[in-house]
Design a protein around this ligand. Structure first.
Ligand code: PMV
Length: 327
């Protein structure tokens, strides 16, 4: 009996310009374009094997068997791959992160990027980067940005075919760092899928979307010019605009904790005093402190002593999702 196997590694990404809200919830077509960088050293490694002997898909996350909604989401995703490969075989999926999942570290981005690459390889398919990015998007919107390497832009597109991410600059273009202040290591209560679905209930979402193209253009130019000062202001503004939408949604999504605000305020002060650092926050309480290479170790030292900061992780800019040898 033949068993078809593929193993891939992908990195999470941190959005400099945020994706929040979908035009089409099923296809995860975003309400706005976004820009991110991949995070080096934080990896999701996923092995998929399609096995004719299996009676259903099997999912292992970090060595633990997963059932219920987590397995259903992965099974629905694998249905897309089965459809493309004209296969009916179920799969065994073994996925591991080397960082905490579910607390704003975007494990779904690296997770679905790695799954898309491992599953298509296991099914004998070779997809272009654009098609792999589109496929990953169906699992988790931000996953489409973890397929290409370095600094990545997700153009909204008009439909399923045209909504995917491409690299605007490779990882070695700019030695930026993301020093992450982990404030809560628990799994978040309301995930981004539900969050996207209620974004439009906030009266501020329309204003955020009406102005995002300008912020994206500013952020893109700042990245291409390696201009940290220009990047810092627009990154903080865009993150705050997304959280303003979250806080004014129905139901309210308040991800911040007291330590989240303490870190934001400290970093603003540090920047005013000449340290090249700024903050951005995803759907969780952790604060991503973006900074230049020269500032990274000082930022990490200062973050560690802020009360409520449980752990600090430093990541540079990382490359694309890639296939690796099977275990
Ligand atoms: O890909 P999702 O559905 O987990 O959405 C990600 C949303 C944010 O992380 C909050 C913003 C972003 O652009 O990554």
């Amino acid at each position: 009996m033949t068993i078809y196997q593929g193993t891939a590694q992908a990195l999470p990404n941190i959005a400099l310009i945020k994706y929040w809200g979908n035009r089409d919830q099923q296809l995860r077509l975003p309400s706005n374009p976004s820009l991110s960088m991949n995070l080096a050293g934080l990896t999701t490694t996923t092995t998929v094997e399609f096995d004719p002997a299996l009676m259903q898909d099997v999912l292992m996350l970090g060595g633990r068997a997963i059932s219920g909604p987590g397995l259903e989401r992965v099974s629905r995703f694998l249905d897309q791959v089965r459809h493309m490969a004209h296969s009916r075989h179920f799969a065994r999926v073994d996925s591991r992160n080397n960082f905490p999942a579910g607390a704003g570290m975007a494990s779904s981005a690296s997770g679905f990027a790695a799954l898309a690459l491992a599953a298509t390889a296991a099914a004998g398919l070779t997809l272009s980067e654009a098609n792999l990015s589109r496929l990953a998007r169906l699992g988790s919107g931000s996953a489409c940005r973890s397929v290409p390497g370095g600094f990545v832009e997700w153009a909204m597109g008009e439909d399923d075919r045209s909504s995917y991410a491409t690299s605007i600059a490779p990882a070695n273009h700019w030695n930026l760092y993301d020093v992450v202040a982990l404030i809560d290591l628990e799994h978040k209560s309301i995930g981004s899928t539900e969050g996207h679905a209620i974004a439009a209930t906030s009266p501020l979402q329309a204003a955020r979307i009406a102005t995002v193209s300008d912020r994206l253009a500013q952020a893109r130019s700042a990245v291409l010019a390696r201009d940290f000062e220009a990047l810092a202001d627009v990154v903080e503004l865009d993150s705050l605009m997304m959280h303003a939408v979250m806080i004014t949604s129905s139901p309210v999504l308040m991800y911040w904790q007291p330590a989240t605000i303490a870190v934001m305020q400290a970093v603003r002060q540090w920047r005013a005093n000449g340290l090249a650092a700024c903050t951005t926050i995803d759907a969780g309480p952790n604060v991503h402190v973006l900074c230049t290479a020269a500032a990274a170790s000082e930022v990490a030292i200062r973050l560690r002593v802020i009360p409520g900061v449980r752990q600090v992780i430093t990541a540079g800019v990382g490359g694309p999702a890639r296939l690796i040898p099977n275990p």
